[in-house]
Design a binder for this molecule. Structure first.
Ligand code: GLN
Length: 421
């Protein structure tokens, strides 16, 4: 079957699942929590493997190349602006959908960089990170049984986003090694139940940057099926080799049916600030504001004020960011290849999916646990990015948003793989 409809692993009955995913130090998220008071919903998705691997990294004093965050600080302009805001009377709630200064700054940037027209009064919602924006979008759009088209491998959160909102995922595979999408498979994923398509470009975990022809096809399919596109563009400035990020909302009439999600975390190396936003057509933004209000009321007010400063940084900042990451990519991918891993330089974002098939490990978890326990490098098992975790069993995801010293140390440790071959 071309299109996989369910999280095969995740929808197994609890005892079944716990056989394939033992807990107790093995490092696998357990699905079932034995307590009859809990909702069915919360039993359907495990703890985030990405965040779990970060904790396992700490246990083994490993170089943490699992969860995607930098080991360096945001630009000083941001931290200085945050301090000023803390001293400047911004310590109470902002307007629930975002401080006006920030919405104005987002609208200016969306126009200049993405070619998207956004009215700060009607089209914008500021959220606690892109994570909340994604969940608020799904909760605002999905009725139980509606289908969500999701490119696979996918960023882990989209699974629980679908489960919590009640969507049935229909996966469309991006094929190793260049992560191409089969047009017929994509077309076949759309049905009369399709409500949303989730797009993440530049893509986590594959590094794929969707090109204009693919986006045009996606736009046509969404239009033909009256589906809403929810696009996570958090890596929009991290693109390599002259690639250009294109926003789906800027294609044709797509701004009428696209929720464009972004945030500070990756562009400004400020993952802990939890400032994200969504740009949406008026009615969808209105609904998302309502959902967001009751989820979190609002994002941290002083950090929103500092975020407005971030969005005003000069163009040179974004060029430097992309070239810094391109150098890191080149250094790191070479190191992975020297260590015997099969991987290709990603076109964007800061992750590498590496195939470890030539090493004698049973699956992605056994390889990842070997790396963290023996070589002290933490990565994410590839299965976490697939509806059926078995499909990712030959992959692990590395991330390279780290200082060059950190990457060099990781590469040094990974040379220990030579003893395994
Ligand atoms: N997006 C990052 C990753 O994929 C961080 C995820 C998170 O922990 N929120 O690793």
């Amino acid at each position: 079957m071309l299109v996989r409809q369910v999280f095969a692993g995740l929808f197994l009955p609890a005892p079944e699942r716990s056989r394939i995913a033992p807990t107790g130090g093995g490092g696998r998220a357990d699905l079932a929590i034995e307590d009859p008071r809990l909702s069915d919903r919360v039993q359907k998705f495990p703890e985030s493997v990405i965040r779990e691997m970060t904790r396992i990294a700490a246990l083994h004093d490993a170089v943490n190349l699992s969860q995607g965050y930098p080991d360096f600080d945001p630009p000083r302009e941001l931290t200085e602006a945050a301090k000023r805001a803390l001293d400047g009377g911004y310590n109470q709630y902002s307007i629930t959908w975002g401080a006006r200064e920030l919405r104005d700054a987002i609208a200016r940037r969306a126009k200049a960089f993405n070619g998207i027209d956004a009215d700060p009064e009607t089209n914008l919602v500021v959220t606690c990170g892109a994570t909340e924006a994604m969940m608020a979008a799904m909760l605002s759009l999905i009725n139980p049984g509606d289908e969500a088209v999701i490119f696979e491998p996918f960023y882990e959160n989209y699974g629980p986003d679908a489960i919590v909102s009640g969507a049935r995922p229909r996966y469309v595979r991006m094929e190793w090694p260049d992560w191409t999408v089969d047009e017929e498979e994509l077309k076949a994923a759309f049905t009369d139940r399709t409500k949303v398509l989730i797009l993440n470009t530049p893509n986590n975990p594959t590094g794929k940057v969707f090109g204009r022809p693919e986006l045009k096809l996606i736009a046509d399919l969404c239009t033909d099926h009256n589906a809403v596109a929810v696009t996570d563009e958090i890596y929009e400035h991290i693109v390599f080799d002259g690639a250009k990020h294109v926003s789906l909302a800027a294609i044709g009439d797509m701004s009428n049916r696209t929720i464009t999600i972004n945030g500070l975390s990756k562009t400004y190396s400020a993952t802990g600030w939890r400032i994200g936003w969504a740009i949406a057509p008026k009615t969808l933004a209105h609904a998302m504001r309502r959902t967001h209000d009751f989820l979190t009321v609002g994002a941290p007010h002083p950090l929103q004020i500092a975020a407005a400063v971030a969005l005003g940084l000069p163009e040179a900042y974004y060029r430097d960011l992309a070239s810094m990451y391109q150098k890191k990519r080149d250094l790191f991918v070479r190191g992975l290849q020297d260590a015997g891993l099969d991987c290709h330089p990603p076109k964007g974002a800061y992750y590498v999916m590496a195939n470890f098939g030539r090493f004698p490990f049973e699956d992605d978890w056994s390889f990842a646990m070997h790396l963290v326990e023996r070589l002290r490098v933490a990565v994410v098992p590839g299965g976490s990015f697939y509806g059926d975790p078995k499909d990712g069993r030959r992959f692990v995801r590395f991330m390279f948003s780290k200082r060059d010293e950190t990457l060099t140390e990781a590469i040094r440790r990974l040379r220990g793989l030579r003893d395994v071959r």
